[in-house]
Design a protein around this ligand. Sequence first.
Ligand code: TYM
Length: 332
Amino acid sequence: MGRIFSGIQPTGNFHLGNYLGAIRNWVRMQDSYENFICIVDLHAMTTRPTPQTLQTHIKEAAATLLASGIDPEKTDLFIQSAVPAHCELAWILSCLTSLGWLNRMTQFKEKAGKQREQANLGLYSYPVLQAADILIYKATHVPVGEDQKQHLELVRDIAGTFNRQYEVDYFEFPEPIILKTAARIMSLRDGSSKMSKSDPSDYSRIHLMDDPETITLKIRKAKTDPEPIAGNPKAMENRPEALNLLGIYAALSDQSLEEVCLAFEGSTFAPFKEKLTAQIIMVIEPIRQRMISFLKDPEILENILKKGSEKARDLASQNLSEIQNIIGFLKT
Ligand code: TYM
């Protein structure tokens, strides 16, 4: 049985992209793998949240994951900062990572923007901590959305460098799992940028906490074009917003994009949007209701996270000790 590791940043505003691109896949894989799902609060620190905001968002993340179907009996759900070995390994790996590799990371370039000199060091070394997250558990598979692909290639490069440097076969090369449907859900306002927590417009994304009225309004306002829906995706290549909505419908209804295009061929977007709205509400509303009840009972959340963190700590410290032996640290 393979071992899954994946993570989500507790930065609030969890959206349909997070759900379809990542969370739902984690839920569906629970029976086939040994699972570690981590709320990566150390990564969230790169956004410099206040202590109050960070705590609220960590609880929200836990509630979101449990409400979406993460089962603590099958998945070890835990908080990154509760397992110190992540940071310890991150330092070791940072000494094996060249600046040239980090300079190529597109996510850093996007997030730092034009103010590169002002960006914090944590944002720059973010992918090294991500590598440590995965490698400390010797995970074999990492299910993520497409935006994480480059980071995962770096993880494999770092694992290879470690093995070569110390002439060992210690780290496996973790395989990304990026499912074709919903690998990249785009903004509802601009089909060329991904649906993202940090987009200033609330109308660009559907939050998992949106109520049915909000969802209806956001889909009604979602950008489309006046053309009817074509019978196959190829014929819609230059219509990114239209394709994105069809893609969301396909993912939510577990169909291929081809099937959805064929089913709605010739229709305009007004009737399609009604169907899409109903489909989103059918999937999101029960999750929202469960989130509300989890958030009312923080003690349940805290107990689950505590248990998960204990188990993660055991495995991580055992592996860290092996790594320290390989490196030649003198244990005192
Ligand atoms: P984060 O918190 O930004 O996103 C969590 C997951 O959601 C996916 N995702 C999307 N998928 C499809 N369409 C979208 N519009 C969309 N937006 C987000 C992301 O790909 C991700 O899988 N760096 C990671 C967190 C992390 C991690 C790790 C992941 C830290 N350590 C180790 C895997 C393994 C991140 O930024 O997630």
